[in-house]
Design a protein around this ligand. Structure first.
Ligand SMILES: Nc1ncnc2c1ncn2[C@@H]1O[C@H](COP(=O)(O)OP(=O)(O)O)[C@@H](O)[C@H]1O
Ligand SMILES: [Mg+2]
Length: 259
């Protein structure tokens, strides 16, 4: 189901913050239907790149095309269209703390101004069911939820509008191994059910190895390597070597390779 056409296309992207060059010359095509993971050291510009793709930040130079449209088109209708076709799970979940579980998930649906409340209710319950949040929790506030539940509710909100594109920034950070695994299983299922294209930032080997079709490595201010897990593991670069070489990580990789 992976198309060779680019749902996101980044060309000659450069990012500079007051003399601090974060990206020099990023070129990247994300295929429709794939899970592309972005790895790189802390401060290598992964989150910034996601924010730029989302249109929350503007690169210093270069172009980003998404669904075939320039990200920096000023046409309001077009930008709204792009926004409605993309869901985001920010680092740390980021639910609105003053809104209940129900209202958090309902928010993007209400912002459309085209759906009545009974329909919004049904859609919210459907999305919560998809992420395995029981109906008894709908009136809870985010502070009353466990870390794993916050992630799942945030995911339900990201999926509220049935997006084609889903962005995940460190989706399993802060989850214990069991919760992390159930989150990975959930993404795996939703991916095929919803025909999603997923762009994921992670340094957790479990989602990386379980979900990625391709991995792009950010280092030295550019994408130094892109390919499937095996190709990336075999790529000779100090960052990649150290990334995959912890004892625990070796264990996971050995198990994956023997599957
Ligand atoms: N709005 C900003 N203003 C100035 N510097 C920023 C801004 N956003 C990010 N940076 C800097 O850009 C670099 C990359 O940050 P970030 O994209 O968050 O990295 P990563 O997600 O890979 O850890 C860091 O050095 C960070 O301090
Ligand atoms: Mg980050």
């Amino acid at each position: 189901m992976i198309d060779q056409d680019c749902i996101i296309e980044i060309e000659n992207l450069r990012t500079e913050f007051e003399g601090n060059i974060v990206h020099k010359d990023i070129n990247l095509c994300i295929y429709r239907g794939e899970v592309l993971s972005l790895i790189g050291g802390s401060g290598s510009g992964k989150t910034t790149l996601l924010r730029q793709i989302l249109g929350l930040e503007k690169p210093s130079q270069g172009t980003i095309r998404i669904f075939g449209y320039s990200r920096y088109n000023s046409n309001y209708k077009l930008l709204k269209n792009i926004r409605n076709r993309s869901g985001v799970l920010f680092q740390n979940g980021a639910l609105f703390s003053a809104l209940s579980v129900f209202d958090n998930v309902a928010l993007p649906l209400r912002e459309l101004h085209t759906l009545d409340e009974p329909l919004i209710h049904d859609l919210v319950m459907l999305k919560l069911d998809m992420v395995a949040i029981d109906g008894q929790h709908v009136n809870k506030m985010p502070a009353e939820l466990s870390g794993g539940m916050v992630k799942r509710v945030a995911l339900a909100r990201a999926l509220a509008l049935d997006p084609e594109l889903l962005f995940l920034d460190e989706p399993t950070a802060g989850l214990d191994p069991q919760l992390s695994q159930s989150f990975v299983d959930l993404i795996h299922t939703l991916r095929s059910e919803m025909q999603l294209t997923i762009v994921m930032v992670t340094h957790d080997l479990n989602p990386l190895t379980a979900l990625s079709d391709r991995i792009a490595v950010l280092a030295e201010q550019r994408v130094i390597a892109i390919g499937n897990l095996q190709e990336i593991i075999n790529y000779d670069h100090p960052f990649i070597k150290s990334f995959f070489m912890g004892d625990h990580d070796k264990y996971i990789l050995n198990n994956k390779q023997s599957l």
